[in-house]
Design a protein around this ligand. Structure first.
Ligand code: ADP
Length: 236
């Protein structure tokens, strides 16, 4: 069951933010999405998660056309995301941040708490359960946001710049977590990152956007040897 964009276009008024974008995220794989600022990366995530309707093309989930699905429907269908800013519920503790999300997905309070505890444990965050979400250090907030996105056992997880503001060792820890999410949970991950080194170290397959179009797609070698990618990044 794959998650895909097929020839997707998005126009904001007269401005074409995406044009003819196709990409496929497979279960159990981490796919990278990179490109300069304004390339259309976040817009892709918004379309894949029902936050933005495409003005052309289709969004497909397991062979089904979900182009018209709402954000809530996409989440229930198993497509979860994080945002550039953590967006935790700051009035709640860490456990409740996850449990409330589980209840919103249709779990009973009890099941939501059991799943939340299991997830926090799996991520090495068990000691953080009763901490207020408001005062968390930045990297912990990021991890809790990822844990919350994993509530309800989504098939796909879309991460929008999860390593922003992290040191190299913190980013390396995050990279290890992303690999585990794909290999141990079987989740298909789409990773948007400015840190291209991180993307190339984690992702078997990378798509490069520029000006709302796919300018390159392939494995690490293909991306590193691509003239189009060099030109997009260096403006050369
Ligand atoms: P990236 O994530 O690659 O930096 P975005 O997807 O955020 O790029 O944005 C792509 C382009 O679309 C940018 O030029 C941005 O200004 C524009 N854009 C994004 N969202 C909107 C919107 N809601 N209305 C108008 N323009 C938008």
């Amino acid at each position: 069951m794959a998650l895909a964009l097929e020839q997707v276009g998005v126009a904001f008024g007269g401005f074409q933010a995406l044009a003819g974008v196709s990409l496929v995220v497979q279960p159990g794989q981490v796919m990278g999405l990179i490109g300069p600022n304004g390339a259309g990366k976040t817009t892709c995530v918004n379309v894949l998660t029902g936050f933005q309707r495409p003005t052309g093309g289709r969004v497909m989930l397991g062979g089904r056309d979900v182009s018209a699905a709402t954000a809530h429907a996409m989440r229930r269908l198993g497509v979860a995301r994080t945002f550039q800013a953590g967006r935790l519920f700051t009035g709640l503790d860490v456990l409740d941040n996850l449990a409330v999300t589980g209840v919103g997905l249709g779990l009973s309070r009890h099941h939501a708490e059991v799943e939340a505890i299991r997830l926090l444990d799996w991520m090495g965050l068990a000691g953080m359960q009763s901490r207020s979400a408001a005062g968390l250090p930045y990297t912990d907030e990021r991890r809790v946001a990822i844990a919350r996105a994993l509530m309800g056992k989504p098939a796909f997880l879309l991460l929008d710049e999860p390593a922003a503001g992290m040191s190299e060792p913190e980013a390396a820890d995050l990279a290890a977590l992303i690999r585990r999410i794909a290999t141990e949970l079987g989740v298909g991950v789409l990773l948007i990152e400015h840190n291209v080194g991180l993307v190339l170290s984690v992702c078997a397959h990378v798509v490069v956007l520029d000006g709302g179009r796919v300018i390159e797609a392939g494995d690490r070698r293909a991306i590193l040897s691509s003239r189009a990618v060099r030109e997009a990044y260096l403006g050369a």
